[in-house]
Design a binder for this molecule. Structure first.
Ligand SMILES: [Zn+2]
Length: 246
């Protein structure tokens, strides 16, 4: 069964069980690039994981809204997402307005994700920087009472940050997830965006896909595994046990 991409306003979304994780992405493909392996892994382990794209990501040189939507569908299937939606904000013009804050907070109140994932706060792309700021504020707003936002007041317990950045910097993550068994799913979800990562890209090595591969292998190397994905947090990590440390 095809997984739908919801474009209804939050108040009109079909009711679902609360999500465990909601990844919020400025553009369709950022969630896949930043944490596709971790998403696939957590779904494989039985968690309910959604992705909310804030904009269509279009226009781009080789894409169109119809193509990007189709590619997003293929990526969604590759990761077997529990839920996917698009908030309909404007690509290239993403700004943290009060209306945008209310919209994203409304998604949190309806989808009730325990954890949310935002793009890392330091980036060259203005849409990404705006998204991080917007998501942090919306997390706070989601718990407001006496408001006309839909759903019940709700505060996502944790906010974490994934890396999908346009700055050529050596990032310094707080932890790395072993995605060795889920690299294939991540790669499939990225290759779904043919208009973004294949068409018009140089074919001489290292291709963009080669570079993603090297990067994942390097994060894996740091934790003595084949492939990894890095994450950051502003608040301390809380652990039930040291059992999952490797
Ligand atoms: Zn992006």
């Amino acid at each position: 069964m095809t997984i739908p991409i919801h474009t209804e306003s939050p108040a009109d979304l079909p009711a679902i069980e609360p999500l465990d994780m909601l990844v919020i992405a400025p553009h369709p493909d950022d969630a896949e690039l930043g944490m596709g392996g971790t998403i696939a892994k957590m779904i494989h382990e039985g968690m309910r994981v959604g992705v909310l794209d804030l904009t269509t990501g279009e226009p781009t040189p080789h894409g169109s809204e119809a193509i990007r939507r189709q590619e997003t569908s293929v990526a969604t299937e590759a990761l077997n997402l529990t839920w996917r939606g698009n908030a309909g904000l404007t690509n290239r013009k993403l700004v943290h307005t009060l209306d945008a804050r209310q919209l994203v907070a409304s998604y949190f109140r309806i989808l009730r994700p325990r954890w949310i994932f935002a793009p890392y706060w330091n980036d060259a792309h203005p849409d990404h920087v705006a998204a991080t700021d917007l998501i942090e504020a919306a997390r706070f707003w989601a718990k407001l009472s006496k408001t006309d936002m839909p759903g019940q007041r709700f505060h996502p317990e944790r906010i974490y940050y994934y890396f999908c950045i346009h700055l050529r910097i050596a990032v310094d993550p707080d932890w790395i997830v072993d995605i060795s068994d889920h690299w294939d799913a991540k790669l499939a979800s990225i290759l779904a965006y043919d208009s973004q990562f294949v068409q018009g890209r140089p074919t001489d090595p290292p291709t963009m896909i080669d570079q993603l591969h090297y990067e994942a292998a390097n994060w894996g190397r740091l934790i003595n595994r084949r492939y990894g994905e890095p994450f950051a947090t502003k608040e301390p990590l809380a652990m039930k046990s040291l059992r999952d440390l490797i």
